[in-house]
Ligand binder design. Sequence first.
Ligand SMILES: [Zn+2]
Length: 535
Amino acid sequence: MATTRPARQRVILYTRVSTKEQSERGYSLRDQERRLREHCERKGIEVVAHFQDDHSAKTFDRPGFKRLKRFARLNRNRIDGILFTKWSRFSRDQAGAMNMVKHFLDGLGIEPQAIEQPVDYSVPEQWFLLAIYITEPYVDNQRRSLSVRQGMRQANMEGRWTTTPPIGYQRSYDEDRKFMIVPDPETAPLIREAFEMFATGQYNMNEIRKILSRRAKALDRRFYNSRSRFNLMLRNVVYIGKMRVRAWRDEPEQIVDGQHEALVGEALFYKVQSLFDAPRSGRKAKYRVEMPLRGHLSCSHCKSPMTGSASTGVGGRYWYYHCQQSGHDRVPAERANKDFTKYLSNIKIAPAIVEVFGDVLLDVLMDVRQDRQGEEAALRKKMGALEEKLFGIDVAFVEGRIERDSYERMKERYTENQINIQLRLGDLKLSRVDLAEQVQFGLGLLSSLDVAFIDASPRGRHELLSSIFPRGLIYRDGSYRTSPPSEILYLLSGKNAAVYAKEKTGHPRLLTLDVPSGGPDETRTRDLWRDRPAF
Ligand SMILES: [Zn+2]
């Protein structure tokens, strides 16, 4: 005898809402249930149970659905089907949905059915239809995401800001009820001030951040505390009323006129940009112009590095280099400096060596340049990937797929990476000077060290000294020597190499060049030092 099922069909109802529908959740759930119950009443179907999920898991790992499955397994013989309104309520995951349909049909003999998208399982061709119904939510997701992207880009191209307003602005709507940004009365003045302070060149970024952060609201303080956000802010064209539209697909990045009000004038903005691009000049008085030899001179008694200080006497301040120990070397800085340039003017590099050195230098620079080009290309590629990611999270945020917190975290992380890459690219650009020029400069520097030294900035002097006299200089009785002898000078001065060979057994007197007390050189060096540029 065959099991006799009651003539009346018996079903389980299933209703579900996604996170996106949260706001209208109650309404949507009630509406689905109402439509299902009306359907059953019309068709004379008995409703045995109702399960519900307001959980947005993409898979079937939802509490309501799990209970439904257990109930269906236990009551398989009393149940004919599971009803829901559309296949997207069953699942938005196409592969999982197909397997779950088979599980119910073949495993339990229960028919899953969407009342608004019915499928007749007895007709093989209808399985195609099922595949379409099941895939549709996924395709719809993709299509929606694409149209959001296109819509956002279109809005951006029209100069309309689409995501969270940048600091200094707040959200507003124009007469067509379209989203736009307007200056925020509380933060906008601080932004203007930041640009103005930075443009004076008297504050660095961190000082400005600290000053403004004290005046900002608790909420904005987070902004001022972030170095990378602040840096990016000072570079953002949004503040001159423009917008940067990111590259997308085959369309390049571009800057368009925005529909919002500028916070700063273009002149001020570009002044700030030029300060960013300028090489940092040591504003801290680490290298005092009065004492270029500090840190390079060694005491002739104990060989320890000499320091420097000023003492006030008749007619002003006088600078001295001196050993930390009393009774050791102490020399007036002015005289030591003057004698040092004389010493440099006496160092002559052999012409043959200059030539060889030029060739070697060119080789080295060529290698360096190739490395740099490789690095630059890699960095640009990374930059492109970051642009894409940034755009991706903007879209995800607008679509409500990620929370504000994680959106901001991700945005900050990507942005920080971008800034680092930008800075590195800037460094690479700075060093991309003409090679021949660099070599020429290097050789010129070697053939007239005294001029190079006087022309250099305080920091440049320090670097020049460190590279030529890494081990320290000793100044005694008006003349200089190095201890031990400078390797570089030994290598460069062909003439002295012979001297060195002869005197190898003696004291390291190789470069103990006595400074001539008169002669043609003296006039030249003295004038150079006196006419040094002001720093
Ligand atoms: Zn000493």
